[in-house]
Structures are given as C-alpha cells and as structure tokens.
Write a protein that binds this ligand. Sequence first.
Ligand SMILES: C[S@@+](CC[C@H](N)C(=O)[O-])C[C@H]1O[C@@H](n2cnc3c(N)ncnc32)[C@H](O)[C@@H]1O
Length: 228
Amino acid sequence: MELDATSLIDVDRLDAEVTAMYRHVARGEDAGLHFEVGRPLAQRLGYPGPLLDAIPAAALASFAGVGHHLALAALRPGEAVLDLGSGSGTDAFCAATLVGVSGRVIGIDMTDEQVAKASSLRDGFPQVEIVEGRIEALPFDDASFDAVISNGVINLSPAKDRVFAEAARVLRPGGDLVILNLSYRDDLGEDRRDLAALARGAFEIRRYGTREFRHWDGAAFHLVRRAT
Ligand SMILES: C[S@@+](CC[C@H](N)C(=O)[O-])C[C@H]1O[C@@H](n2cnc3c(N)ncnc32)[C@H](O)[C@@H]1O
C-alpha cells in the first residue's frame, strides 16, 4: 500500500465505513464486528490486570487494539502523551495511569461516539483530554509531546505519509513514536496482498524498519521507545 493512497480509493466512503464501525464499538454493538473487543482481548494481548483494573470498565468494554504497545512505551511519570485514534479510551486511560496526574494524555479520534464515550469517563483522570479530529491533521503545537502512541489505527488511514509527518512534528526532538498496526509479511500472494492493502490498509511488516519511518522532513523520531 502506498503511503498516500488518497488517489487510489474513495476516501469519503472509507471514512464513512470506519466511523460507522467504531460507532458500533462505542455502543457495545460487537455482534457484527470482524474483530474481538473488550477486556478478554486486552488480557490476551498482555495488558496487566492491575493496569486494566485502574481504568474505567466502560472504556475497556470497547477496547479494540491489536497489541500491548505500552509495554514498549515505558512511559514515565510527568510525561506528555498523544494517543492517535484513542477510541473509547482504554489506551489513553492506561497511559494516564502510567504518567500520573503530573503528566498529560491527549486522545484524538474522528468518531464522534468514541470521543463522547471516552470524554464521559474522565472522572478521576484530570490529566486526560479527548478531542475530536483526524490524525492526518493534528491540532497541536510542534514538539509538544514526549511520546506518541497508537494502537491499530494508522493502518486505517489512507494518508499515512501525513500521519507520520504530523507525529514527527508534534513530538519533541528525540521523542518516541510507539505504534502497533495490522501488517502483513511479504510471503503473501498478490491476491491476498491486495486484500490486505485495500481492506485494512496494512503495510508489509518490513517497511516499519526502513529509514522512511525514522526520518520525516528532517524531523527524526524513534519508532520504538526504549524498553526498561
Ligand atoms: C482500533 S480502534 C483504537 C483502539 C484504541 N486504541 C483503544 O484503546 O481501544 C481505531 C480508532 O481509530 C479511529 N480512527 C480511524 N481512522 C482515524 C483517523 N484517520 N483519524 C482519527 N481517528 C481515526 C476510529 O474512529 C477508532 O476509534
């Protein structure tokens, strides 16, 4: 899949379908979804039980991530974190628990019902803010975050070049980009590769290790944060 696929697909239709799908997730209407959601998924992916106990259960019920990237993120108390595609808020609230009240976590999502749900659950999390918007055009200042995290979202964007450019812009120098995405290996046949690209926006897994993901318009960022 190209980094900019906006000329290859119907972007409005993609947006409408993604938004409709994640409205179902926010409402807890998971019967027709092609993916698993909720606490059992988070536990299976490796989220520690005590961390999940610390966040709102209603957010966790709509968790739809693809892995436990916070294990790599090693967030520290006081850090400023941006969660791209924050959904109903599981990762934002988990990050808030890790950075504490001296830190700051902003979640951004384009699906109105996800934003409304996560925002309604912020009691006890004064360090969390949820905003409605697109990850391709972030409404934040340059160099304003220590870490940018994202879990199962960038693969949904038709303009990944803009997402990475924006992530590099809002990260402080040396800040960390910690992402999990659906991906595929290069041993897929052409027919399945097309399906992966068109249906999910997946990249070949090896592309994440290439230079293009580490440097954007002269702004360098670490693709994966140090583990401690
Ligand atoms: C897999 S879910 C995110 C899961 C989330 N990390 C959690 O803790 O449950 C994907 C989210 O990304 C949002 N999204 C997809 N494409 C987006 C885009 N281009 N800009 C902003 N949000 C987007 C969807 O609305 C959806 O809520």
